[in-house]
Every structure is written in structure tokens, then in C-alpha cells.
Write a protein of this length. Structure first.
Length: 330
């Protein structure tokens, strides 16, 4: 991503949930962006106001003084959770990667895309977030009105709850319902909707192997507990859970080793119902093969879930009740 920005000639569009200026000289995104803006490259950055609240005012001011436009999306109930970087409207990066020192050691996934159709779709998608965050560039605002979603070999799936555009749930339901042999889900946060649980259990009843790759411990003690509540229960049904030693932040699905998806969405209500998200589905054999190889490595290095009797105690039963009660909004 840094090399892509360094090669930029005309424009840099970046939309991200967490953006922090603590990576030092090794990954000095802010100096590179500042230099590019001063050199005449059009730099447009959209950040989530909650996720990027730790970004210092002085860093933002330096970017703006150099000519970059830095916008913050703020809403009580919705977040911009997408991670999209577009360089020169020719190359795009999309996935789960935030920017900050704390995330350097996390396991994560990004796609690098240079197909004209998919990059054009991402530019138009970025223009929507740009508009909703108060952007004023007339060229980008014009693109927003032309946004049309096409199902193709590379297919952009967007969630924009603010305008009623919810593509992720129908996609997951369709892919799970059509699975013949195997479904692998990768997620850091597993607090699934009831419809997702029903879909996975239905697939399992048809003889489909359902596997999930999840971190043993997340960056939140409460979310780790919530993950374990659902894992402990569902492991008894025969679902297979692979617990990674390191924090895994990747978001992906692999179906029958034929269809893959990589993006920003977690398996929780926030991603499916409330947040702006962006993921890409693909059926290209080389992309599916690469995703499968990565997941195979993660599964090999992970430990199978082992039930712990502590989850049978009264305290954990009470906490499980609380988790399930607030499940629809997590």
C-alpha cells in the first residue's frame, strides 16, 4: 500500500476505519501523503470519527496544509468500517487492514486489484462515502450519482445502511445455501445473527463441513468471551473451530474451494446492519487458490477448539444470557 502511494501520479483516495500516526519511519504514510499532496497529487481521505479519534489534530493539520482533504464521518449509530485505498483510479487495495502500530503483528487480508471495472466500481463507491462525509470535489460527487452494481467475476458487495443498500446478508445466505461440500469462514469477531446461525446449521444438516478460523483471544476481553459463548455451544453441533494463537483480523469466506470473498465485514450485527462495509467476491481460480492456501496455513498453525468446563458455571451462564440478549446490536 505504501509503495502504491509512492507511485501515485494524479490521485489518492483512501477510506479507512482506524488511521493512526504511530508507525514511525518504516511505514510513514503521513509523510508520503503530505509529500504527494504538496507535489500536486489529489489526496482525498475519509476516516471514521470514532475509529480514528486518536489521530492527532497536528497530523491532520499538516495534511490539510499540504493540500490534502481529510474528512471524518461521524454518526451515533453507524460507522465507516470500510478499508479502501485507490491510487490514480487504476489500482485499489481492499480488505481488513487498518493503519497503526498495534496492527502490524495481526493476521489480516487485503486484495490488490487493478481490473478496470472493479476499480471503477470502487472509485464510485468511495465517492458515496466522500459525499456523506462532507466532501466537495465536484468530480468525485458526480461519480456518486452513476454508481451501479454489477455481478461479475469480481463483484463488489457494499453495505450502506444509511441509504438502504444491504448486499452482504443476501450474499452470505445465497452462498451458504448453495454450498455442497465445505464452508470456511474467517473472522475476528463471531457474534452471529440468528439468520446466519440458521443458515450454517442448515448447511451442516445437508452434510456440508462448516469450519471457522477465529483468534483464541481478540483485542477485547468482552468480545473474546462472546466469541467463546457461541463457539462453545456450536462446537457441540459438529462445527469445527480453529483458534489462532495470534490475533486474526481477516474477514473471508471460502465455499467449496470455488468461491471466495475478502473484505471488511465481521460476522456480527454491526457489520451486517449498521456499518458501511465493502467486500469483494471472486470465482477466479488463481484468487480462490491463493485464499485457500492462506487459510490452510492458518488452520494448520491453529489449535482446534477445546471445551472448557468453566463455560458451564453459573457466572458464565448469566454472561451468556447477557451476550445473547444484546446479540442483535453487537
Amino acid at each position: 500500500m505504501l509503495e502504491g502511494i509512492k507511485q501515485a501520479r494524479s490521485s489518492i483516495y483512501w477510506e479507512v476505519y482506524i488511521f493512526e500516526d504511530d508507525l514511525g519511519l518504516e511505514y510513514d504514510f503521513f509523510k508520503t501523503l503530505t509529500d504527494k499532496a504538496r507535489g500536486g497529487v489529489k489526496v482525498r481521505i475519509v476516516l471514521d470519527g470514532f475509529g480514528s479519534m486518536n489521530l492527532s489534530n497536528s497530523t491532520v493539520d499538516r495534511l490539510k496544509e499540504a493540500g490534502a482533504e481529510v474528512l471524518f464521518f461521524n454518526s451515533w449509530f453507524r460507522r465507516i468500517h470500510r478499508k479502501i485505498l485507490i491510487v490514480d483510479e487504476e489500482v485499489a487495495f481492499l480488505g481488513g487492514v487498518n493503519v497503526g502500530k498495534a496492527y502490524k503483528k495481526w493476521l489480516d487480508l487485503n486484495l490488490r486489484l487493478n481490473g478496470k471495472r472493479i476499480v471503477k466500481s470502487l472509485v464510485k463507491s468511495f465517492s458515496r462515502s466522500y459525499y456523506n462525509s462532507g466532501g466537495t470535489d465536484p468530480n468525485l460527487l458526480t461519480l456518486r450519482k452513476e454508481l451501479k452494481t454489477r455481478r461479475a467475476g469480481l463483484w463488489l458487495l457494499e453495505n450502506f445502511p444509511a441509504v438502504g443498500k444491504l448486499m452482504l446478508r443476501p450474499y452470505y445466505q445465497e452462498q451458504i445455501a448453495g454450498a455442497k461440500k465445505r464452508i470456511v469462514l474467517v473472522t475476528p469477531y463471531f457474534i452471529p445473527h440468528r439468520w446466519l446461525l440458521a443458515s450454517l446449521l442448515s448447511a451442516q444438516a445437508r452434510g456440508v463441513s462448516v469450519e471457522l478460523v477465529i483468534p483464541k483471544n481478540t483485542d477485547s476481553n468482552f468480545i473474546s468471551f462472546a466469541n467463546h459463548v457461541f463457539i462453545s455451544s456450536l462446537s457441540k453441533t459438529g462445527m469445527k473451530f480453529y483458534m489462532t494463537k495470534d490475533m486474526i483480523h481477516a474477514k473471508a469466506i471460502l465455499v467449496d474451494d470455488k468461491v471466495g470473498l475478502v473484505g471488511s465485514n465481521n460476522l456480527d450485527a454491526m457489520s451486517f446492519d449498521h456499518n458501511a462495509e465493502a467486500s469483494v467476491s471472486f470465482e477466479r481460480k488463481e484468487m480462490v487458490r491463493d485464499l485457500k492456501n492462506i487459510i490452510d496455513i492458518w488452520q494448520k498453525d491453529a489449535m482446534p477448539w477445546q471445551h472448557n468446563s468453566k463455560y458451564e458455571g453459573w457466572y458464565y451462564k448469566f454472561m451468556e444470557y447477557i451476550v445473547r440478549l444484546i446479540q442483535p446490536v453487537l
